[in-house]
Ligand binder design. Structure first.
Ligand SMILES: Nc1ncnc2c1ncn2[C@@H]1O[C@H](COP(=O)(O)OP(=O)(O)OP(=O)(O)O)[C@@H](O)[C@H]1O
Ligand SMILES: [Mg+2]
Length: 354
């Protein structure tokens, strides 16, 4: 499947804002980080943003907690000298991944400073509890502040003093259940601002979010609930006219047995005694009884593995029916360290996602 994905995947090259959502715990943060590295490996300067206030990026990249300030955290993989990109073009130097941890309170101060020229007076507002008011009480305002900051980073042609220009922004976004509401700032603000700077700002944001310069990718694992949630998420995004990107199937189990062996194990056709004597013949130490125990354990594990793979196959067929570009990342044994992130990034690149 990874081989076919590259051929059928569209070109995300024109996408400025990659939004990565998915059911909780399926690997949104991991995939967002891997995608940022993959884009950087294709020579782009990328900003990886998080908005959930959990410092996941800092943990993944093994750096100190991020401030509300853009930080360089990694380089894309350097191109192999002389190697061409999958499309045949020569590879340039690797780009850089910057990271930004966005919190609503800082974003509000930013916003006040920018639009109302409050400057340092804005900071003083904190003491009067305005910030707490705006971010915990006014409905929807929190999301709008976070989304607004992401928009600022992603919008084109921004090259002011001390402001970096990014080729792409990757957002480690809220989960599928909240993503449409999160991006649909015009709805959130409908009751708050019908005219004025906030209204026109939200219109400009929606123009970007609804355009081909944005792609909302959904991460899933091959289990019933997350796949169903992905289907619902795609439908909801489409109903709101937000651009559905790709589906990233994460944590896919490796196929350790070939189809025949798998069928045999699943059917219970392998005899415990037979396997035990094979183990003895292969030189495994142990009394006959112990070897039978080992064989029994192995067969049970094999059956379990076969069952899970069968379930994954069923769910993969459902994912295929979404008719969106699909990418697949393996479950890395022992979890994801920085090296693992680069490995996942390389897979995404090979499959044509970046
Ligand atoms: N391909 C993978 N192989 C092995 N472990 C993985 C893989 N992808 C993610 N994980 C691990 O699974 C856990 C959950 O991943 P992650 O934090 O990226 O999910 P999330 O969707 O962002 O979760 P949350 O909803 O809590 O934000 C982490 O411990 C992560 O290291
Ligand atoms: Mg996360």
């Amino acid at each position: 499947m990874p081989e076919t994905a590259a051929a059928s995947s569209p070109d995300w090259a024109g996408v400025q804002l990659h939004v990565v959502t998915g059911k909780g715990g399926t690997g949104k943060s991991t995939v967002a980080a891997a995608l940022a590295l993959a884009l950087a490996s294709s020579g782009k300067n990328v900003l990886l943003c998080e908005v959930e206030g959990r410092q996941g990026i800092a943990r993944m990249f093994d750096v100190d907690p991020l401030p509300y300030e853009e930080r360089q955290i990694a380089k894309g993989l350097p191109a192999t000298p002389g190697a061409a990109a999958p499309d045949g073009s020569p590879r340039g130097p690797a780009g850089t991944v910057f990271a930004l941890h966005i919190d609503a309170e800082s974003a509000l101060l930013d916003y006040l400073a920018m639009y109302y020229k409050l400057g340092r007076a804005g900071r003083a507002l904190d003491r009067f509890g305005v910030i707490e008011f705006a971010t915990t009480i006014a409905p929807g305002v929190r999301d709008v502040l976070l989304t607004g900051k992401v928009f600022e980073a992603a919008k084109a042609g921004r090259r002011g003093k001390g402001v970096r220009q990014y080729d792409a922004v990757v957002l480690d976004a809220p989960p599928t259940g909240r993503i449409t509401q999160f991006l649909n700032v015009s709805d959130e603000l409908a009751g708050l601002a019908k005219v004025g700077p906030i209204k026109s700002q939200s219109d400009t944001m929606m123009t970007l979010f609804r355009s081909e310069r944005t792609a909302v990718h959904l991460v899933t694992v091959l289990e019933e609930m997350p796949v169903q949630e992905t289907a619902d998420g795609i439908a909801e995004l489409r109903a709101t006219r937000l651009p559905v990107g790709g589906v990233v199937v994460n944590l896919a189990r490796p196929h350790e047995l070939d189809a025949d062996d798998l069928a045999e194990v699943a059917d219970g056709a392998t005899e415990v005694e037979g396997l035990a004597s094979d183990l003895a013949a292969a030189g495994l130490d142990g009394s006959p009884d112990e070897l039978v125990d080992v064989a029994d354990h192995l067969l049970r594990q094999g059956r379990d593995h076969a069952e899970r793979l069968a379930l994954e196959t069923t769910q993969r067929a459902l994912v295929d029916e979404f008719e969106v570009p699909t990418y697949e990342l393996p479950r890395l044994a022992g979890g994801v360290d920085l090296g693992g992130l680069y490995e996942l990034a390389a897979q995404l690149r090979r499959q044509g996602m970046a």
